[in-house]
Design a protein around this ligand. Structure first.
Ligand code: NOJ
Length: 544
């Protein structure tokens, strides 16, 4: 293996949704202490890095993606000293750490935004955000832009004299006002924030909502229909998403990151229209990698998945960036549940077919097969916490427990993303399943059925989903580097490919068994098999 190859080209990164990972102090919210105590688990699992969702001080209007201070840690999660200790301990154990940078917006409680409100229409801080007069004498929003969580992207403020006044832009919740990235103070502030975390020793930065960070000057209407939803993967020439000027921001950060040793990673969250637009985020002078939503959105269908894989590889090759493969995150319906539905593609940010009939046994088989597929593809992969345990979406959270802004913003029609954020089960016979010390219950209730899915329940069971992931990650490390993918033809509804001479992967998405004879020695299979590969299963084979 060529040790000079940057680690992130092939890394498996484990997403830690911090408030749901592990709780060290019994307040029902996961924290840095909890994560530190579980680092051995992650090492044993075999991932290369962790991405930690925002841990900054936040009123938690959007689970921490509403930041009041980008250079500190929310007291619910710990302190900067805890973050430093985590970095040290992770590095000692050979794990890299990626932090989340939320730079499209701040919290409405951020000192800048508070000054912008308190100072009235002449406040200089208003220029760091998008404050505008409304249309129709101020009564209507300045344009037709929409929020990712439903409803208009504008909220009208009450001026210091108590009268309704200007409007401000928020592509997400009203508690998350968008920053104007043309303003030099915004650029300089975030140069400092990027350096702050790189200086502390983080190995990478995940760029939240990357395509939102530039707007067409003049803020023209987007032409959204009255009932439009935030379908950014379908938008062409949209004035508030994937605007070309956004790339200047990433070039700036890349120049900064290049000044540091150790192959620091910049990875974007960018839901844009197709792989070619996506590839622009990872041009040689921009970000290093980007999450792959085409793969995440693909239904359990061989042609659709193959098209996503081919489209990704073809678009990224000219810019020299590796692919990433992602099936789940804290924003998406857990794929085990999605794959158990008749319509198995993903919608966006919790606007999903919750409540559609689901066959969880089928979903589980498919999710296990999908793990072998994902981990055999060339490039890097992201695992969302709990995916390795085979956790399903929790579809029946009581309404009064729901916290995702999508729920209220959609007029209580879309339950949002809480169902994939339920705290992890570690051990024990009932909630809180060892999530924290004592019997205190976590911030979202865990289902009784998770007893069998806890880490302790799966740890020593060779047939468990946890064991499958451990084995796959170990084999991947041993066998795979940067061998290219070559498809094998076993029929249109079977995904079969080899990675050089190292590995063959066969995934059966058809309704009939696929004979494996002659394809190689079995290394790992998603279920116990005979000579054939049954529907919804996958095998890794050693060619020759
Ligand atoms: C993407 C994050 O993953 C999501 O959780 C958040 O709500 C939005 N960006 C806004 O920051």
């Amino acid at each position: 293996m060529d040790d000079r190859r940057p680690w992130w080209r092939t890394a498996v990164v484990y997403e830690v949704y911090l408030r749901s990972f592990a709780d060290s102090d019994g307040d029902g919210v996961g924290d840095i202490g909890g994560l530190r105590s579980r680092l051995p688990y992650l090492v044993d699992l075999g991932v290369d890095a962790v991405w930690i969702t925002p841990w900054y001080p936040s009123p938690m209007a959007d689970g921490g993606y509403d930041v009041t201070d980008h250079r500190d840690i929310d007291p619910r999660y710990g302190t900067l000293a805890d973050a430093d200790a985590l970095l040290d301990e992770a590095h000692e154990r050979g794990l890299r750490v990626v932090v989340d940078l939320v730079a499209n917006h701040t919290s409405a409680e951020h000192p800048w935004f508070r000054s912008a409100l308190a100072g009235g229409r002449e406040a200089p801080e208003r220029a760091r955000y998008f404050f505008r007069d409304g249309r129709d004498g101020g009564r209507l929003p300045p344009n037709d832009w929409i929020s990712a969580f439903g409803g208009p992207a504008w909220t009208r403020v009450r001026e210091p004299d108590g009268r309704p006044g200007q409007w401000y832009l928020h592509l997400f919740a009203p508690e998350q006002p968008d920053l104007d990235w043309d303003h030099p103070a915004v650029q300089e502030e975030f140069d400092g924030v990027v350096r702050f975390w790189l200086d502390r020793g983080v190995d990478g930065i995940r760029v939240d909502a990357a395509p939102a960070m530039a707007k067409v000057p003049g803020l023209p209407d987007a032409g959204h229909a009255a009932d439009a939803t935030f379908d950014s993967a379908g938008w062409v020439d949209n004035p508030h998403w994937d605007v070309d000027a956004v790339h200047e921001v990433f070039r700036r950060w890349r120049r900064t990151a290049d000044g540091y040793d150790g192959d620091r990673l910049l990875v974007s969250e960018a839901v844009v229209r197709g792989p070619e637009r996506l590839s622009r985020y990872v041009r040689p002078d921009e970000l290093h990698t980007t999450f792959n939503f085409d793969y995440l959105r693909a239904p359990w269908d061989a042609r659709a998945i193959r098209a996503a894989v081919d489209g990704t590889l073809a678009a990224l090759a000219p810019v020299g960036a590796p692919a990433t493969w992602v099936l789940s995150s804290h924003d998406e319906t857990r794929h085990l549940t999605r794959f158990g539905r008749a319509s198995s593609g993903a919608a966006t940010m919790g606007f999903d077919a919750l409540g559609a009939p689901v066959d969880l046994a089928r979903g589980r088989r498919r999710a296990r097969a999908a793990a072998l597929l994902t981990l055999a593809l060339p490039g890097g992969a992201y695992l969302y916490q709990g995916e390795e345990l085979g956790l399903p979406e929790v579809e029946d959270l009581p309404e009064d427990a729901l916290q995702d802004p999508t729920w209220e913003r959609s007029g209580r029609t879309a339950r949002g993303r809480d169902g994939c954020r339920v705290p992890l089960p570690w051990s024990g016979q009932g909630p809180p399943y060892g999530f924290g010390p004592g019997d205190g219950q976590p911030w979202l209730p865990q289902p009784p059925s998770w007893r069998e899915l806890s880490v302790a329940a799966q740890q020593d069971d060779p047939a468990s989903t946890l064991s499958l992931h451990r084995s796959a990650l170990r084999l991947r490390r041993e066998l795979l580097t940067d061998e290219p993918l070559t498809w094998l033809d076993l029929g249109d509804d079977v995904l079969a490919f080899e990675r050089g001479a190292a590995l063959r992967c066969v995934v059966n998405l058809s309704a009939r068994p696929v004979p494996l004879a002659g394809l190689g020695r079995s290394l790992l299979t998603s279920e116990d098999l005979g000579a054939d590969l049954p529907p919804d299963t996958a095998a890794w084979l050693a060619p020759g």
